[in-house]
Design a protein around this ligand. Structure first.
Ligand SMILES: NC(=O)c1ccc[n+]([C@@H]2O[C@H](COP(=O)([O-])OP(=O)(O)OC[C@H]3O[C@@H](n4cnc5c(N)ncnc54)[C@H](OP(=O)(O)O)[C@@H]3O)[C@@H](O)[C@H]2O)c1
Length: 396
């Protein structure tokens, strides 16, 4: 593809968009990147003070999105909630064979995009890659990398991988709060959305086909290899679906019975047990509140506004660590670590989305078009890029 631009960053004026813009600006000289920022407000885009072209278009204006997409090899978008603002841009990228990456974790919207566009994107060659941030690159690319390491060590793939999210610090932004609240509103109003969210195979090519049971974790548990308590992880209902889609799209490379589960860990001592009880109670209370319209609206009033997010100080103290426990059929075990010394949702996510856009624009990839996951679309080239950007992906 020879296009006027390599990357258009759409939604550059938002909280996360500004961080991704900063990241791409830092990489531009090294990558000899021809890139532009885009959004609905020229004034706000100009106020960013970046010496790059500006493209103006409203996400809800299908013609504007159809004009924007063919100008670039890749569209990278942070304009969310994506179920509100994302559909026209995905459709335009699919039609023009433009690669695309975003930060959505909205499973019902991803399902709609798969149903509407996967087959067509195969034809046009557009790689449409959702979940290119903290949701779900560590789980998706981490599982892929853990399996490569496992095969190298034991000569066969792991039958079960458990993603154990541990120590982390950071905050959340207006767009993240709005996405979560929109999703809970949709779930409380629509039984079909509730059923989809509860389906462990919601993002599989055929979510209604028979699959092995894969229940979500709902209670306090114990992780024997790590000797840690576990509780449900808030993002597992997204990440596990993405890992299962990756495995299905890749043609079940780790055997028919491969299973992925995901939890959050707490120390395996008395304090950890007390924390596990408190956190499990807190999660149950949050989930109860989000399902009640009046409580949900009270939470919405206290949440950060669009454009707001954690301060630079909070982000500077941020960090995260995922331990992937890979187990083979004969008890062979390997622990694989994915981590970063940056806050998960913003500092680290800006690197992950920025490098995904660069990878789609620059690297020789073998994947076909389609609605893909990060590991299916980019695998080793993205892993190499993220390591160079300072993230750890390594045997523990
Ligand atoms: N997966 C992850 O790990 C992760 C991490 C961080 C964020 N996210 C997701 O990223 C998204 C953005 O979050 P955020 O906090 O950065 O949101 P935000 O600050 O509210 O920014 C939203 C962006 O969307 C733009 N926008 C809104 N309506 C538009 C329209 N009609 N046309 C064009 N642009 C429009 C806004 O433009 P204006 O400035 O003109 O209003 C702004 O640039 C959310 O969906 C969030 O869940 C995911």
């Amino acid at each position: 593809m020879t296009r006027e631009l390599d990357v258009i960053l759409f939604g550059a004026t938002g909280f996360t968009g500004r961080l991704v813009a900063e990241y791409l600006a830092g990489a531009a000289a090294r990558e000899q990147l021809r890139w532009a920022i885009a959004g609905r407000s020229r004034d706000k885009l100009e106020a960013l003070g970046l010496a790059v072209p500006i493209v103006v278009g409203d996400a809800l204006d299908a013609a504007a999105m159809r004009a924007l997409a063919p100008r670039t090899t890749v569209v990278c978008t942070t304009a969310g909630p994506y179920a509100r603002y994302g559909s026209e841009l995905v459709a335009a990228c699919v039609e023009s064979g433009t690669h695309y990456c975003d930060l959505t974790g909205e499973v019902p919207w991803m399902r709609r995009m798969i149903d509407a566009h996967h087959a067509r994107a195969r034809t046009t060659g557009a790689r449409i890659v959702h979940t290119c941030g903290f949701d779900s690159i560590p789980s998706d690319l981490g599982t892929w990398a853990a399996q490569q390491a496992f095969i190298e060590r034991f000569g066969h793939p792991a039958a079960v991988v458990t993603g154990v999210y541990g120590e982390q610090g950071g905050g959340f932004s207006g767009g993240t709060a709005a996405s979560a609240l929109d999703l809970m509103r949709a779930a409380s109003e629509d039984r079909g959305v509730r059923a989809l969210l509860a389906n462990p195979y919601a993002l599989d090519p055929d979510p209604a086909a028979p699959h092995p049971p894969a229940p979500d974790e709902t209670s306090i548990g114990w992780q024997p290899q790590l000797r840690m308590f576990t509780i449900p992880f808030v993002m597992a209902q997204v990440n596990t679906r993405v890992v299962r889609r990756a495995y299905a799209l890749a043609g079940q490379p780790w055997g028919e019975d491969f299973a992925y589960r995901e939890v959050m860990s707490l120390p395996g001592n008395l304090r950890g047990a007390a924390k596990a009880l408190g956190a499990a109670g807190g999660l149950a209370a949050l989930s109860f509140a989000l399902r009640r319209p009046a409580l949900r609206e009270r939470l919405a009033r206290r949440a950060p506004r669009p454009g707001e997010g954690p301060s630079a100080e909070v982000r500077a103290r941020g960090h995260w660590k995922l331990r992937l426990v890979a187990e083979g059929p004969r008890g062979d075990t390997l622990i694989y670590i994915a981590s970063d010394r940056a806050d998960p949702g913003y500092g680290s996510t800006a690197k992950m989305l920025g490098e995904s856009a660069l990878c789609l624009a620059r690297d020789p990839l073998r994947s076909p078009g389609g609605v893909l996951t990060p590991s299916v679309a980019m695998a080793q080239p993205l892993l190499d890029r993220l390591r160079r950007a300072g993230l750890v992906f390594a045997v523990g």
